[in-house]
Write a protein that binds this ligand. Structure first.
Ligand SMILES: [Zn+2]
Ligand SMILES: [Zn+2]
Length: 217
């Protein structure tokens, strides 16, 4: 498959929470998807313009402000649909309240029209993303897998995992979701919602939440 060599990923850490927005594209077709346009849409747009990309959709890992906050201006700029899990629709709908909690003014969130349940493949031009339902941080958290890449949102970070003490969080669900991710090929590159990229192999070995070390120490 020639396209395996032409996928490119660029990360932009946006907003006060430095959430990773990932611009993902096929360099051959220029077809592009944007994972979590959380804030600073002009910076995201600058990358899209620089490479001459064709944005086809936004993919939301979950409905928290720091990942979904830029969704509306992004969609207004590019007129593309966005995809999410229905179990995070209430989080997205509460984005103004989430913002008020941090003293950040937010406009009305966009209304979701396209839901992913997990387990299906979303084809966007020459890109084929597999959605994985990975609740725990929020009930409707999704990971998106593109060949050997996994966009993990706030499920998994390099050396850590997402909080479960926010509304809708569940430590038991998070652990089950981590088990699901841990079963992926070890060479899978994980692109987290915050901080640097890592691999499943590295996290399985060194992340206490995946290696079991946290619970056996
Ligand atoms: Zn979050
Ligand atoms: Zn986050």
């Amino acid at each position: 498959m020639s396209e395996m060599n032409t996928i490119r990923v660029e990360a932009v850490a946006v907003g006060p929470f430095q959430s990773n927005c990932y611009i993902v594209w096929d360099d051959a077709s220029k077809d592009c998807a944007v994972v979590d346009p959380g804030d600073e849409v002009p910076r995201i747009g600058a990358i899209i313009d620089t490479y001459g990309l064709k944005p086809l959709a936004a993919l939301l890992t979950h409905g928290h402000l720091d990942h979904a906050g830029g969704l509306k201006p992004f969609m207004e700029r590019y007129a593309v649909p966005f995809y999410m899990h229905k179990d995070d629709a209430s989080h997205l709908a509460s984005i103004r309240e989430q913002g008020a909690h941090f003293g950040i003014f937010m406009g009305e969130p966009p209304v979701p029209e396209h839901f992913l349940a997990g387990g299906e493949t979303l084809t966007l031009g020459t890109l084929a993303f597999e959605a994985l339902h990975t609740p725990g941080h929020t009930p409707g958290s999704l990971c998106y897998k593109l060949e050997e890449r996994l966009f993990t949102g706030d499920l998994l970070f390099a050396g850590s995992v997402g909080r479960t003490d926010l509304p809708g969080g569940s430590p038991a669900q998070l652990q089950a979701s981590l088990d699901k991710v841990k079963a992926l090929p070890p060479a899978t590159i994980a692109y987290p919602g915050h901080g640097p990229a890592t691999t499943i192999e590295r996290e399985a070995r060194s992340n206490p939440y995946l290696s079991g070390g946290l619970f056996t120490l």
